[in-house]
Design a protein around this ligand. Structure first.
Ligand SMILES: *Cc1c(COP(=O)(O)O)cnc(C)c1O
Length: 235
C-alpha cells in the first residue's frame, strides 16, 4: 500500500504525489532533475480514470491486455497520449499492438521482433522496443537471463537490423522484495547490464524499471522510466 496519500484522494492529487516521490528520489540519489519519466499504468482501471489522469497532465499510459486497451485507446484518441504495451506478448496479438502502440516493453524473443517489424506501418514512427530482462527470479519465465549477455546482444542485434522497430532499452519486473536493499540489489544487476551494452556502443536511452512499491530503489539504480499503477489509480 502507498503510505503517502490517504485513500479516496482524487487521481490528480495522487498523480502529483507520485511526481513528488519521483522528484525526491531523483534528488536523494543524485539523478538529474527530470531524468525519470512517469508511465501511468492504467490496466484494470476504467476510461474515466484515464480521463482524470489526462486532465491532470499525464500523457504516457501503459496497458497490459490488448482487448482491454483497444477501447480505451479509442475513447482517448486525439488527446496526445503515448501508449505503451507492457503486458506479456503473444504472437497473435502483435499486429494490433504494432498498429496502436508507440512502445513495447516486454520483448524477449526474435520471432516477436520480426512480427512487429513486418506489421508496423512504414507511415508510423518506428515502434520503440525495450528488451525484458529476468534479473534472477527463478519463478519468472519471461525475460532474458541477466547473466546471458551473449543472448541479450544477439536479440539486440536482430532488433537493430529490423526496419520499423527501434531498440531503446531494457525493462525488468522483479518479484516483490521486502527491503529497499533487496529491491536495489536486483535493479543494480540490470543497470550493470545496461551500462555494459552501452559500453559496447548500443546507445540505449531507456531503463524501464520500478513500480509503485519499489520506484525509489529503481531510481537509485538508474531507472529512466517508472511504471506506476496502484499509487496513481488505486484510491
Ligand atoms: C501492473 C504493472 C505495473 C504497475 O504496478 P503497480 O504496482 O500497480 O504500480 C508496472 N509494470 C507492469 C509490467 C505491470 O504489469
Amino acid at each position: 500500500m502507498n503510505t503517502f496519500i490517504p485513500d479516496g484522494e482524487p487521481i490528480g492529487a495522487r498523480l502529483r504525489a507520485v511526481q513528488q516521490r519521483i522528484a525526491q528520489a531523483e534528488q536523494r540519489f543524485g539523478r538529474i532533475p527530470g531524468a525519470v519519466t512517469l508511465l501511468a499504468v492504467s490496466k484494470g482501471w476504467p476510461v474515466s480514470a484515464l480521463h482524470a489522469a489526462r486532465a491532470a497532465g499525464q500523457t504516457l499510459f501503459g496497458e497490459s491486455y490488448l482487448q482491454e486497451a483497444l477501447p480505451k485507446i479509442g475513447a482517448l484518441h486525439n488527446q496526445g497520449i503515448e501508449w505503451h504495451f507492457i503486458g506479456p506478448l503473444q504472437s497473435n496479438k502483435t499486429k494490433q499492438i504494432a498498429q496502436h502502440f508507440s512502445w513495447v516493453h516486454g520483448l524477449d524473443r526474435e520471432s516477436i521482433a520480426r512480427r512487429f517489424s513486418a506489421q508496423r506501418s512504414a507511415l508510423l514512427p518506428p515502434l520503440n522496443i525495450c528488451l525484458q530482462i529476468n534479473a534472477g527470479d527463478e519463478a519468472q519465465k519471461q525475460g532474458i537471463d541477466v547473466r546471458d549477455l551473449a543472448a541479450l546482444e544477439r536479440l539486440a542485434e536482430s532488433v537493430r537490423e529490423l526496419p520499423h522497430i527501434k531498440l531503446r532499452g531494457l525493462m525488468t519486473i522483479p518479484a516483490p522484495r521486502q527491503t529497499f536493499d533487496e529491491q536495489r540489489r536486483l535493479f543494480s544487476v540490470v543497470r550493470e547490464v545496461f551500462e555494459r551494452l552501452n559500453q559496447n556502443g548500443w546507445g540505449l536511452d531507456t531503463l524501464s524499471m520500478g513500480m509503485s512499491n519499489d520506484m525509489e530503489a529503481a531510481i537509485a539504480e538508474g531507472a529512466t522510466l517508472v511504471r506506476i499503477g496502484s499509487a496513481i489509480f488505486d484510491g
